[in-house]
Write a protein that binds this ligand. Structure first.
Ligand code: ZN
Length: 365
């Protein structure tokens, strides 16, 4: 299979436009046209994983964390990043990272943790703004259905669990074509009045060119009348962390135990227990302490994340149970998430999880 087939699929689940500004997700090493024989999925792309790929005859490593974050100026193997990149290039191994773009989709990294813990009604904790636009176009009545269908098929009109959302109002448009015009209806140099439907749809801004192309193809007019407006609405499917509820309240003790078993970790660092039951839980895979305010606002009983610093634990202020389960521990199931999705999409493609434990943190208990 071509590398680009796999990367296009991954980018349909977690579009690159959803990554954070500091991130470097996407294809880091490799020719999009190369044939991929086998892929390995890992959380981190360290040298052990590249060695494993060489041994296993795999020529693609899909990792959550990008090995390269900022520009590399020399390739002398002086640090682990250069070593990994050099070895991958030497051995024709492509490196692909799917990082904060996968963090930022509802069914991504944090959604997978919520699933492991058995949370229900899972929503994005901090939905992003600035990702949506509104398109309105003016279509002759009898063509409105066709144009709407084309817009929906190109990705417009999705809101939460609803698709094919639009608003339609009727009015009339006027136009007069000049000598060079080739109007769909009406005569040159004669003012024409046409009964039109104004079709309004919401769209992800990243799909603008695709949706406009669909509009221009489906719309009968030589000059398509439309307006494109950036809107400030939040995108409910895109953002940081998630929040969900247990079907039944848990005691704090049972909750902490569930974190250990569900996330396969021996240690959970947490704030003082509050003698309350736990029902609503906010969580974020990896370093999520910046979301505490959102967890509190949403009325979460507990907030699960990683990389909490000593002083940040004080921010709980007796209002919430903060639990730090470890960065690797919280994100390790991202590998299963990716493997499952790719296997479902490409059932005959050879892909496996790394056998290397890439966690750089060890515990002596
Ligand atoms: Zn991470």
């Amino acid at each position: 299979m071509k590398l680009s087939e796999i990367t296009s699929y991954l980018e349909s689940i977690a579009p690159l436009a959803y990554q954070e500004s500091y991130d470097n997700s996407g294809l880091l090493v490799g020719d999009p046209n190369m044939e991929v024989s086998k892929a390995i999925v890992s959380l981190d792309c360290i040298e052990d994983v590249v060695d494993e790929a060489i041994r296993e005859g795999a020529n693609l490593i899909i990792s959550h964390h990008p090995i390269v974050f900022s520009g590399l100026k020399r390739f002398t193997g002086s640090n682990y990043i250069e070593k990994v990149v050099m070895k991958a290039i030497k051995n024709d191994i492509a490196l692909y990272a799917i990082h904060t773009n996968l963090d930022n989709v509802r069914h991504g990294v944090s959604g997978k943790i919520a699933e492991r813990l058995g949370l229900e009604n899972v929503q994005v904790l901090e939905p992003k703004t600035g990702l949506l636009s509104k398109l309105q176009t003016f279509v002759p009545h009898d063509k409105a259905g066709e144009v709407r269908d084309a817009l929906f098929a190109a990705g417009a009109g999705h809101i939460g669990n609803y698709s094919e959302c639009s608003f339609n109002s009727e009015g009339y448009g006027t136009f007069m074509g000049n000598d060079q015009s080739n109007a769909y209806i009406g005569e040159k140099n004669v003012l024409h009045t046409e009964p039109e439907t104004k079709v309004e749809v919401i769209l992800p801004t990243r799909l603008t060119s695709k949706i406009l192309k669909a509009l221009f193809l489906a719309h009968p007019y030589e000059e398509v009348a439309y307006e494109l407006i950036r809107i400030e609405n939040t995108h409910q499917e895109v953002g940081s962390g998630v929040i969900g509820e247990f079907p039944k309240e848990l005691s704090e003790g049972d909750f902490l135990q569930l974190l250990k078993t569900g996330l396969q970790t021996k240690v959970v660092r947490h704030t003082q227990t509050l003698g309350k039951t736990i029902k609503k839980v906010a969580l974020c895979g990896g370093s999520g302490s910046f979301l505490l305010k959102n967890a509190l606002q949403a009325g979460a009983d507990a907030f699960v994340t990683a990389d909490y610093k000593y002083h940040q634990f004080f921010d709980a202020e007796g209002k919430i149970l903060i639990a730090d389960v470890g960065h690797y521990e919280s994100e390790q199931f991202t590998m299963d998430l990716l493997l499952g999705k790719i296997q479902k999409k490409f059932p005959t493609f050879a892909i496996c999880l790394t056998k290397c434990n890439t966690n750089p943190v060890f515990y002596s208990i």
